[in-house]
Structures are given as structure tokens and as C-alpha cells.
Design a protein around this ligand. Structure first.
Ligand SMILES: Cc1cc2nc3c(=O)[nH]c(=O)nc-3n(C[C@H](O)[C@H](O)[C@H](O)COP(=O)(O)OP(=O)(O)OC[C@H]3O[C@@H](n4cnc5c(N)ncnc54)[C@H](O)[C@@H]3O)c2cc1C
Ligand code: FES
Ligand code: FES
Length: 502
């Protein structure tokens, strides 16, 4: 069975569909309909809940940390040992007055931040997470970031953003959740270490192995089982493509896959560690990667999604793969027979085809130490700044010795069936002087590397043109010059965009 805390109530579930999301469970099994279903694809944020997990603080003491997640993407089995907080727990009184409301609710009322109200529970939960994690108002940029995964069709965002600030003007309300969660966790510790929490529905099963050994043993036993980590891609397969797997194995609690270590600048990132738990370490060495990670989905998506899930999904438009390929990162593929290490670039074979074997899982991603002379540029082109998938993603890493460029690694997403290196462009950069004209010349090799397709995101022509322009821009940036205008010779704007409200 799986056990977790729902608001103030300990829950045990054993008989249940392995593919049920928390959203559906809340609404159909528990009658908790405050959490709304808008899109069921992680885009609107109406289903936002708080998920509390026990962490260790810098003094080595356990603390509960609460983050937003989309309950439409979170499988019920992944709730094991966690604290699920829904909008019903924010204010518990049946007929609350304004004074009874939580400050974030009261502020939303007083700032007229709700009209039809459909998005409101999700917005309240995102405001609540910000409020809990920031004792004082962290500023408009942080407020926009916190609400980046919540869409509102009617109110407009100004009153909502005002409400985020106003919530801090009332008497501060301490969060009551950690104390409940600590009590619940103490009761959980009575379980045996060897137990694998599971759900079952007839022959269909969901397993949540607690360590790497249990994980690879289960994968050996069920080689055709579907793996799930954060579920931000997998849950969409369930809801949109009606996938009905017999066996699902979750990686999200296999403890070795949820670790991060820094070995003198070389980062070892567990494949099931969510983005929000490792990006700061990444930014320490590669601050340029903010362009990709800060814009990967929304807060809710980054609190669940993982590198293992992105690489495992093998999408040609996933943002991490071009970055990892350009940085020459490696993957550990583990099975009951042992672990092999391969370059990320060698993982992808063809559209959604990879070299992983049926008994293997991606267990770790290793990012090499940054060479002293490395220059790195990361660019994501998408229609919207927040919460949008790339049309083109370009990452270029080069080193520079005595005025000449070397070890160029240019990787692109959205240009082929797989994330792929641009080897012709790299050849035109290597052993050449670092000057803008070298990049303009290298950009002319784009058609030797890629023949992109046209799709809903853009035409093939746009993809090729914007890639050339990005290379030219990178040349200008690397040489320390300023772009002369927002438009280049091809008249396509390539200025770095930021959120319209900032
Ligand atoms: C609203 C929204 C916005 C998004 N925006 C972006 C974006 O801007 N950029 C971007 O790159 N992505 C984006 N994504 C996609 C997604 O969030 C990422 O790909 C994420 O990293 C997937 O990780 P996960 O842990 O959720 O994967 P899951 O959904 O759990 O798994 C994805 C696939 O990988 C397999 N898998 C998972 N872990 C492993 C493993 N360790 N070994 C082998 N196979 C594994 C699973 O079987 C599954 O097939 C977005 C998704 C949503 C819903
Ligand atoms: S229902 Fe829209 S994000 Fe979950
Ligand atoms: S108040 Fe109607 S969608 Fe936000």
C-alpha cells in the first residue's frame, strides 16, 4: 500500500488504478473538488496543490518543504510518504469572514483578483507556496515567477500580482502543515525497509521502490513496465493518448536517484531529482543555463520534472539534451547486471528511439567540470516566454586558446528527429579566431547539419533562419560587441525576451 497525509488526514491506499492522478483521486474518490481540472496537461495551473516532502536542513535536521505541483500530472502512487495540501486546508471554517481567511485569500478578495473563480484555487496555492517560503515580500519578479504556471482568462494579472504583495501587509500567519507532517512521518517509520509501496487494480500494478537495488530488480522482473519520475510527460501520455500500462515503476523515491553531489566542480545529478532541487548547483558553474532551466515549463513543472525524465522521453524539443550534449555530459544506465556510462549525445538514435535496454534505467547524469576558458551560450526560441516548449534550442560551448577556438560543441533541439550536434558548424569554428565573421561563416553550414521540418510551432525556413541568426548573435556576444539592432540581415528579431510585465 501507499501512505501519505492529505491535509490533516493520514491516508492508506492499496486498491486503486496505478495510473490515477492525484487530481482525479481528490475529485472522484474524496469529494475534494476545490482543486480544479482546466487542461489536464500541466498548462493552466487550476489543479495546483502543495506537496510537502521531508528534507534535511544545513544543520542536519529534518524539515518539511512545501512546493507547488500540478495534481493533473502527479500519479497517486508518487504521493507516498508526502504531505498533500489542497485548497480546502487553507482556511477550514465553513463560513469564514474576511478576518478568518488566510492572508493570501484575503488579499485576493480585497484586490479583486478573482472573477469566474475557476483559476482561483490554483492561484491561491501558488501564492501560498511563495508566502510560506518567503517570510517577506520577495518582489514582483519572484511573484511573476511563482505565478508563471497559472493562467487566468478573465481577471487579468495586475490585481493578482497586487494581491501577492498585499498578503504580506496583514499579520503574518505561520504555516501549520510541517507539524502535522512530522507527526505523520513518525508513524510511517514503523514500516519495514524492504517494503516496496505499491498500488494494484487487479493485475495492474504501481511500484514505488525506495532504493536503486529495488528499482533495478523490479525492472528486471518487469522489463516492459513503464517508468515514471515526475510524470510531467508520462501523465500526458495517460490522459491524452489513453495509455493503460499494466505495470508502472516509479523512480521518484529511489533514494540514490534523488541525490546531488559536487565532486570538485563535476556535478553528479540523480536522474529522479527534480529540476528545482539541482538548478542552483548547475548555475554555480554554468549560469548561462538559466536561460533554459528558468524557462522550462513552470514552477509546478520544475518542482516535479527531472533530467532522467527529459532524456528518457527522448523528445527532439526537450531543452536539457542540447545543453548536456554541448557540455559533454554522460549518463549512467543501470540494471541488475551493473551500470554502463555513455555520452548523452550517443543516447538518441532516431525519433523517440534510444539505446536504453528494457531492463535499464537512467540513474545519473554527470556534468563535467567547467574548463577555465569555456564560453557557453544557451538560447531558447519559443512563442511565449513562460511555460512554452522550444521551437529551436541552441547551445554552443567553445574553448579558447591563444586567440583560437577549440573543442566547439554545438547542439540543437527542434531541428531534427533527435537532439543533435551540428558537426559542420563545429568544424567551421574550431581552430579559427574568435571574431564575429567566423560565426557568420559557420552559420552558413546550418543546411549541412540540419533539414528541419515545418510544424505547428514554425516553418522549416524560420527554424533555419533563426538558427543562423542565433549563431551570429552568439559571435557578437562572445566578442563582447553589442548587437547593432534588434533585427539582423534576415529581419528576424533575436533579442533576448523577458516577461512582458517586468
Ligand atoms: C506544461 C509543461 C511544460 C513543459 N515545458 C517544457 C519546456 O519548456 N522544456 C522542456 O524541455 N520540457 C518541458 N516539458 C516537458 C517535461 O516537463 C520534461 O521533459 C521533464 O523533464 C520530464 O521529466 P519527468 O520526470 O516529469 O518525466 P516523466 O514524465 O516521469 O517521464 C518521461 C518519460 O521518460 C521515461 N523516464 C523517466 N525517468 C526515466 C529514467 N530515469 N530512465 C529511463 N526512462 C525514464 C518515462 O518512462 C517516460 O517515458 C513541459 C511539460 C509540461 C507538462
Ligand atoms: S488541470 Fe491544467 S495544469 Fe492541471
Ligand atoms: S477568474 Fe476566471 S479564469 Fe481566472
Amino acid at each position: 500500500m501507499i501512505q501519505f497525509l492529505l491535509n490533516d488526514t493520514p491516508i492508506e491506499v492499496q486498491e486503486c488504478s496505478p495510473s490515477l492522478t492525484i487530481l482525479d483521486w481528490l475529485r472522484t474518490k474524496k469529494g475534494k473538488v476545490g482543486t480544479k481540472e482546466g487542461c489536464a496537461t500541466g498548462d493552466c495551473g487550476a489543479c495546483t496543490i502543495l506537496v510537502g516532502e521531508e528534507k534535511t536542513n544545513s544543520n542536519g535536521n529534518p524539515v518539511w518543504h512545501y512546493q507547488t505541483m500540478n495534481s493533473c500530472l502527479l500519479l497517486l502512487g508518487n504521493a507516498h510518504a508526502k504531505h498533500i495540501v489542497t485548497v480546502e486546508a487553507v482556511t477550514t471554517g465553513l463560513y469564514p469572514t474576511l478576518d478568518d481567511l488566510h492572508p493570501v485569500q484575503r488579499a485576493l478578495v480585497e484586490c479583486h483578483g478573482s472573477q469566474c473563480g475557476f483559476c482561483t484555487p490554483g492561484i491561491i496555492m501558488s501564492m501560498l507556496a511563495l508566502y510560506i517560503n518567503h517570510p517577506s515580500y520577495p518582489g514582483k519578479k519572484a511573484a511573476i515567477h511563482a505565478l508563471g504556471g497559472n493562467l487566468c482568462r478573465c481577471t487579468g494579472y495586475s490585481p493578482i500580482l497586487l494581491a501577492v504583495e498585499k498578503a504580506y501587509s496583514y499579520e503574518r500567519k505561520n504555516e501549520p502543515y510541517s507539524a502535522m507532517a512530522a507527526q505523520f512521518k513518525a508513524s510511517l517509520n514503523t514500516q519495514h525497509d524492504d517494503d516496496v509501496p505499491y498500488l494494484k487494480d487487479g493485475p495492474r500494478k504501481f511500484y514505488s521502490p525506495q532504493n536503486a537495488k529495488q528499482l533495478v530488480e523490479l525492472k528486471a522482473l518487469y522489463p516492459h513496465a513503464h517508468l515514471v519520475a515526475g510524470g510531467t510527460d508520462f501523465a500526458i501520455e495517460l490522459s491524452q493518448n489513453m495509455l493503460l500500462p499494466d505495470v508502472i515503476i516509479s523512480l521518484s523515491q529511489a533514494k540514490e536517484l534523488c541525490t546531488l553531489s559536487d565532486n570538485n566542480g563535476e556535478l553528479h545529478i540523480g536522474a529522479a531529482l527534480p529540476y528545482s532541487q539541482f538548478v542552483d548547483a548547475f548555475y554555480n558553474y554554468y549560469p548561462e543555463s538559466k536561460e533554459l532551466f528558468e524557462r522550462l515549463g513552470s514552477n509546478q513543472v520544475r518542482n516535479s520534472g527531472t533530467l532522467g525524465g527529459s532524456i528518457g522521453n527522448a523528445s527532439p524539443i526537450g531543452d536539457p539534451a542540447p545543453l548536456l550534449i554541448a557540455l559533454n555530459a554522460t549518463l549512467d544506465l543501470s540494471s541488475a547486471a551493473g551500470t554502463r556510462t555513455i555520452n548523452v549525445a550517443d543516447y538518441f538514435v532516431d525519433y523517440k528511439k534510444t539505446v536504453i535496454k528494457s531492463d535499464e534505467v537512467i540513474s545519473k547524469i554527470t556534468v563535467p567540470k567547467r574548463p577555465d576558458s569555456l564560453k557557453l551560450a544557451c538560447h531558447k526560441i519559443s512563442k511565449r516566454f513562460e511555460d512554452d516548449i522550444s521551437t529551436v534550442c541552441l547551445v554552443l560551448a567553445i574553448e579558447q586558446t591563444q586567440g583560437l577556438m577549440s573543442n566547439a560543441r554545438c547542439a540543437m533541439g527542434g531541428m531534427a528527429a533527435i537532439p543533435k550536434r551540428a558537426t559542420h558548424i563545429e568544424q567551421k569554428l574550431n581552430a579559427q579566431p574568435l571574431q564575429v565573421s567566423t560565426f557568420i561563416d559557420a552559420a552558413s553550414a546550418i543546411n549541412d547539419d540540419f533539414a528541419p521540418m515545418s510544424d505547428v510551432r514554425s516553418s522549416a525556413h524560420y527554424r533555419t533562419t533563426v538558427s543562423k541568426n542565433l549563431l551570429q548573435r552568439i559571435g557578437i556576444e562572445f566578442c563582447g560587441a553589442q548587437p547593432s539592432s534588434n533585427k539582423n540581415n534576415n529581419n528576424i528579431a533575436i533579442t533576448r525576451i523577458s516577461h512582458a510585465s517586468l
